[in-house]
Design a protein around this ligand. Sequence first.
Ligand code: GRF
Length: 202
Amino acid sequence: MKIAVLASGSGSNLQVLIDQLHRDTTCDIEISVVISDKRTAYALTRARQANIPIHVVKLRDFPNRNAFDAEISRGIDEYEAELIVLAGFMKVLQPQFVQKYRNRIVNIHPSLLPAFPGAHPLRDALAYGVKVSGATIHFVDEGLDTGPIIAQVSVPVYDSDNEESLHARIQIEEYKIYPQVVKLCAEGKLEISGRKVTVKET
Ligand code: GRF
């Protein structure tokens, strides 16, 4: 199956997907395009190094969010991607886009949702004083980090933590879990019933 990865930043999750899925000849997953809203995103360098086509879509080149999303959609369809994997993509996709690809968009968020959705989950979790945080992988719906949860992993929060140290601890877990979930999703092994996501029995 061909998948599109959308990333705005360093792309360390993208790298893990490249190494564990795209380069694994025993698994039928190809990252057919990496799409970014930032020309300077290191994720694009990682894609180029792996010979994966890139598509840059900058918000300021479009009159509104739907036109921006439509260009992203054009890239996805041009590269025949059937699954859209958000890996640090920092723009919120609009309802029209979400409806077009319903249940075919997954995201990874560095908090235990529904706690701390939005753009500053690490800062918010530390400010709240939680003792446990983690990462959530979910399907994307029309809300902000509200879609059905596929998987979660927890990490301890220490008194000495700052955003960087907590993020580093969470990312270690993200790298283990995201490729596994993307693989299950690409292989059609996930079942969604309302908010409940389960792995199909084989
Ligand atoms: C990850 O921590 C992910 O949870 C969040 O953005 C970060 C992306 O990091 N959505 P990277 O670009 O994969 O290094």
